[in-house]
Design a protein around this ligand. Sequence first.
Ligand SMILES: NC(=O)c1ccc[n+]([C@@H]2O[C@H](COP(=O)([O-])OP(=O)(O)OC[C@H]3O[C@@H](n4cnc5c(N)ncnc54)[C@H](O)[C@@H]3O)[C@@H](O)[C@H]2O)c1
Ligand SMILES: O=c1ccn([C@@H]2O[C@H](COP(=O)(O)OP(=O)(O)O[C@H]3OC[C@@H](O)[C@H](O)[C@H]3O)[C@@H](O)[C@H]2O)c(=O)[nH]1
Length: 386
Amino acid sequence: MATRTDLDGRPIKPLTICMIGAGGFIGSHLCEKLMSETPHKVLALDVYNDKIKHLLEPDSLPWAGRIQFHRLNIKHDSRLEGLIKMADLTINLAAICTPADYNTRPLDTIYSNFIDALPVVKYCSENNKRLIHFSTCEVYGKTIGSFLPKDSPLRQDPAYYVLKEDTSPCIFGSIEKQRWSYACAKQLIERLIYAEGAETGLEFTIVRPFNWIGPRMDFIPGIDGPSEGVPRVLACFSNNLLRREPLKLVDGGESQRTFIYIKDAIEAVLLMIENPDRANGHIFNVGNPNNEVTVRQLAEMMTKVYAKVSGETVLESPTVDVSSKEFYGEGYDDSDKRIPDMTIINKQLGWNPKTSLWDLLESTLTYQHRTYAEAIKKSIAKPSAS
Ligand SMILES: NC(=O)c1ccc[n+]([C@@H]2O[C@H](COP(=O)([O-])OP(=O)(O)OC[C@H]3O[C@@H](n4cnc5c(N)ncnc54)[C@H](O)[C@@H]3O)[C@@H](O)[C@H]2O)c1
Ligand SMILES: O=c1ccn([C@@H]2O[C@H](COP(=O)(O)OP(=O)(O)O[C@H]3OC[C@@H](O)[C@H](O)[C@H]3O)[C@@H](O)[C@H]2O)c(=O)[nH]1
């Protein structure tokens, strides 16, 4: 492999990376990138490894020996500190991060996103290790514009909705809206990490992902996850399409999101890993402001793309409106709009996303159809024993 250089032309020395939550959606793509394109070593920590099994076996893989899987739960495992000390850099991806859990399992959500991250920050700080911590775009909560009168022209003014790391406030609903347990826990761990940086010199980078989507995100209920499980929207809609059910639009699907292809986002993370001087001390939005849709528009586009990749016809009524109370239960609330400001990541890392929403949906739904269509047909043919 030719000597790879960083953004300032300096040779990049091989790193050992302790990746917590490596077995998840983002972790599995990050491990793939690190193994196939860099000389770095990965200590992959997670309770599961089914999404990275293809990277761990067989021993004849070109990167064998550069990735080690350690099955552990960071809530209570004495091996954690030793693994952080062995590495040059720790990346923490571990979290409960599916909205259906935030208002139904608020304690687990708060423990997972704040309490369980505390020892990771402590061990990095005490051992002078660099930390890249995964937060969320959800820490911005709702836009300022969402509190303006519905017909106010100021709602069109970017100052009232573009989300900027160093100036935008964090605006959550009231306490009984327990959906915000996750975003608030993420906000507090961000503040703790930032304080460690200010007081003890911890070298940190915080990542705020804006709806990264792609293959291996979450699970298909009843196939590779619990049938009553509620994953994030990509998997929910994929499941509906695979089962020829109408896509459920929560509260009419009016909320807006910007979706970015996981492969574009992983490029940004690799730049953060290999350019510490440009990434340390920064919080980065990582998203694609050009891919904004309402949830309803996402459903319509996924329906069109799925018909193309599967060759199946579109249902008479491809969508149905459901209330958030019915779909998520008590205490749900939502972010109205999520447009990332890209100034800081452009300046520090010169990174921009590339893939359009249509193209990323085409490659992702091709994967979903190829991976799940057969299993779904079988499960529908003979319903599980009641
Ligand atoms: N995917 C996105 O669009 C998105 C958006 C915003 C924030 N994030 C953040 O990025 C990170 C990764 O998200 P993801 O989409 O890959 O989610 P994911 O659920 O696929 O991955 C999280 C992984 O962490 C592991 N984990 C959780 N608790 C653990 C524990 N106590 N010990 C060991 N492993 C544990 C899980 O087993 C899972 O494999 C999370 O912190 C999430 O909040 C993701
Ligand atoms: O079947 C569905 C599923 C979801 N939705 C809606 O689709 C939108 C997106 O829902 P998702 O479950 O993908 O999650 P959100 O975008 O709200 O937050 C997510 O992105 C940020 C990360 O921190 C987390 O991974 C998660 O909090 C919401 O408005 C939700 O109500 C539907 O209308 N129908």
